[in-house]
Design a protein. Structure first.
Length: 181
């Protein structure tokens, strides 16, 4: 039988346990705020499905591309945050002016037509500077592709959607060991 804890040992263990609990609780609460508002996220998801449309495999939205972009805008892509803020507002403004509704509410084919106009820089006057619409479309398309084909650890390629589509091996996690399957 073990010796019972002394009062001093009990207080020390209790204090360390409480400190560790408080530390981990604080760490869990320290999550950077999302880069996108719910409306912006809905728009980015619609854009992701335009860049990578769903078919027999998940498209950009279901593969978590918006999550990837959101995470990256809080980290390595921080420099693009203002471009997204401004560009997303301008896409919706363009959509309202040319189609009468926000981009995310348009039918898929109308979204496609609007993005083709952006890519060709055929936009209504007074919303975009010359070349700006094309530049923003390319930025979003590049980020969508990175999120779709990159590693899931960065927030995109949910459930290895693109890797499975390409026939690549996907890691399977068993306990703490990663096994190629």
């Amino acid at each position: 039988m073990q010796d019972p804890l002394s009062r001093r040992q009990f207080i020390l263990v209790s204090a360390l346990s409480a400190a560790a609990s408080a530390f981990w609780s604080a760490c869990a609460r320290f999550q950077p705020a999302p880069a996108f508002t719910p409306e912006e996220r809905r728009l980015v998801e619609a854009l992701a499905d335009q860049v990578i449309p769903p078919d027999d495999v998940p498209g950009g939205k279901d593969a978590g591309v918006a999550e990837f972009i959101d995470r990256q805008l809080r980290g390595p892509y921080r420099r693009h945050r203002q471009a997204y803020r401004s560009g997303l507002v301008k896409i919706d403004e363009t959509s309202r002016r040319t189609a009468g509704a926000p981009f995310a509410e348009l039918a898929f084919d109308r979204q496609t037509a609007l993005l083709q106009a952006l890519e060709a820089d055929r936009v209504p006057e007074g919303i975009w500077a010359p070349g700006e619409a094309r530049e923003f479309f390319r930025l979003v398309a590049d980020h969508c592709l990175q999120g779709y084909y990159g590693s899931p650890r960065h927030g995109g390629n949910r459930n290895f959607a693109s890797w499975k589509m390409l026939g690549l091996d996907t890691p399977q996690v068993l306990g703490r060991v990663v096994v190629k399957g």
